[in-house]
Design a protein around this ligand. Structure first.
Ligand code: PLP
Length: 393
C-alpha cells in the first residue's frame, strides 16, 4: 500500500511498545514492575471522579463547543494566569482531549513545508512526530547531562535562525525531569523575538516540581505572550490520564484557527470529562501538594538506589516523575540494557534513545509507583546490571 509521506516516518511511542511487551510477559505469569509508562499509580481523586459520574447521570453526555465549555475555559484562564503571574482571557484557552492536541494542532496551524522547528533531544517523542506530519524540518537541540539536561544554549545559538518558525520547550521535562532555568528562558525568548519564532511551552509537569523550587514559564517574560502557546493539562497533576483532558493557551487569533482544526477532527472534548476537570481545578489543591511530597520521597529513594549501583550515575531530577540515569559505562546500547532488565529482571524501563538520538547511554525510569515496588525494582536492576558488567568485564 502507498501511504502519504506524512505518515511514512512515524514511529510508535516507546512507552506503549514496552508496555505491550511487558503485558505479554505478564500474561505468561511473570510479575513485572512497570517503570515505563508515565502515569501516577493512584486513581483519579475521588471528588473529581464523582463529579464526572454525576455529570453522566445528569445527562451531560452531549456535544460541547469545540474549544471547550465556556465555564471550564474561564476557570482555566484564571488558574493558569495566577500560577504564572500573567493575564489570560478565556478566549485564549482551547480545551482538548489531553495535552497532545494542544501540541499537535498549533503545530499544524503554524508549520508548513520547510519551516524549521527546534525541540529538545532527548524529548517527548510527539514533538518529532508532529513536526514530521506538518512537513516541517526537525532541528533537535541536545540537552546534555553536564548542563543539567537543560537546553544546550551554545548549540541552540548555532541552530536558531530566521527559518526557525517554532521552538518547543518542555519544563519540567520528559524524560529528564530537568527544569529550564530562568536565564536560559530569557536567552531563548530573546532569540524567539529576534527571529520572529513561535514558542510551544509544554508545561504539563509544571505542578510536579520538587524541593520547593518554582518552575518559571517563558510565557511570563516580556513580549512572549503574543508568540507563546502554553500546553498544560490534567493527566499528570490529577491522575486523569485516561479521562483525556488538556488545554492550550495562545493568542486569540491562533486559538480560533486551532479551534477550527479541532472542530473538523475531534469535534469536541467529552462534556462530562470537562465537568470533572472543573472539579479538579476548583476543588481543594491540598491533594496535589500531598502527591508532590510523595513523589519527592519516591524520587529520592530511586535516585539514591540507582547511584548505589556500580556503573550507574543518576542526576537528581527537579520535576516530573522520571529519572534518567547514565548507563553508558556498561558498554552496550541502552535498548539492550532495557531489554535485559525486562526479560531477565521483569522490570520495564525505556531506553533513552526512545526520546531521540542524544538519549544514547541513558534509561528512563518512571517513579510514579510505590516505594515497595521501587525498592524491589532497584534490587532486580542491580542484579541484572551486575551480571551485565561481569560479562563485559
Ligand atoms: N507532554 C509531555 C511532556 C508528556 O510527557 C505527555 C504525556 O506523557 C504529554 C504532553 C501528553 O499528555 P496527555 O496525556 O494529557 O495528552
Amino acid at each position: 500500500m502507498k501511504f502519504n509521506q506524512r505518515v511514512l516516518n512515524l514511529q510508535p511511542e516507546g512507552a506503549y511498545a514496552v508496555l505491550a511487551r511487558a503485558q505479554e510477559l505478564e500474561a505468561r505469569g511473570r510479575e513485572v514492575i512497570h517503570l515505563e509508562i508515565g502515569q501516577p499509580d493512584f486513581p483519579t481523586f475521588e471528588h473529581i471522579s464523582k463529579s464526572g459520574m454525576a455529570a453522566i447521570k445528569d445527562g451531560q453526555t452531549r456535544y460541547s463547543p469545540p474549544a471547550g465549555l465556556p465555564s471550564l475555559r474561564e476557570v482555566i484562564a484564571v488558574d493558569a494566569g495566577q500560577r504564572r503571574g500573567i493575564d489570560i482571557a478565556p478566549n485564549q484557552v482551547v480545551v482538548g482531549p489531553g495535552a497532545k492536541p494542544a501540541l499537535f494542532f498549533p503545530t499544524m496551524a503554524l508549520i508548513g513545508q520547510g519551516d524549521e522547528v527546534i525541540y529538545p533531544d532527548p524529548g517527548f517523542p510527539t514533538y518529532a512526530a508532529m513536526v514530521a506530519v506538518a512537513g516541517g524540518v526537525p532541528v533537535p537541540v541536545p540537552v546534555r547531562e553536564e548542563k543539567g539536561f537543560s537546553f544546550d544554549i551554545e548549540e541552540f545559538d548555532k541552530l536558531v535562525n530566521e527559518r526557525t518558525k517554532l521552538i518547543i520547550l518542555n519544563s519540567p521535562a520528559n524524560p529528564t525531569g530537568s527544569v529550564i532555568p530562568i536565564d536560559d528562558l530569557e536567552h531563548i525568548a530573546a532569540a524567539a523575538i529576534k527571529f520572529d519564532s513561535w514558542v510551544i511551552s509544554d508545561e504539563i509537569y509544571a505542578r510536579l516540581s520538587y524541593d520547593d523550587r518554582p518552575v518559571p514559564s517563558i510565557a511570563a517574560l516580556p513580549g512572549m505572550g503574543a508568540r507563546t502557546i502554553i500546553v498544560d493539562g490534567f493527566s499528570k497533576t490529577y491522575a486523569m490520564t485516561g479521562w483525556r483532558l488538556g488545554y492550550g493557551i495562545m493568542p486569540e487569533d491562533l486559538a480560533e484557527r486551532v479551534t477550527l482544526l479541532l472542530t473538523h477532527s475531534i469535534g469536541c472534548t467529552a462534556t462530562f470529562t470537562q465537568i470533572a476537570g472543573m472539579a479538579a481545578l476548583t476543588g481543594d489543591q491540598i491533594m496535589v501538594a500531598e502527591v508532590v511530597a510523595e513523589f519527592q520521597q519516591r524520587r529520592d529513594r530511586m535516585v539514591a538506589g540507582l547511584n548505589a549501583i556500580p556503573g550507574v550515575v543518576c542526576q537528581v531530577p527537579q520535576g516530573a516523575f522520571y529519572t534518567f540515569p547514565n548507563v553508558s559505562s556498561f558498554g552496550i546500547s541502552s535498548a539492550e540494557i532495557a531489554r535485559r532488565l525486562l526479560d531477565d529482571g521483569s522490570v520495564a524501563v525505556l531506553p533513552g534513545t526512545d526520546f531521540g538520538r542524544f538519549g544514547k547511554g541513558y534509561l528512563r525510569l518512571c517513579y510514579a509507583t510505590s516505594l515497595t515496588k521501587i525498592d524491589l525494582a532497584l534490587e532486580r536492576i542491580a542484579q541484572v546490571l551486575s551480571r551485565t558488567s561481569a560479562q563485559h568485564g
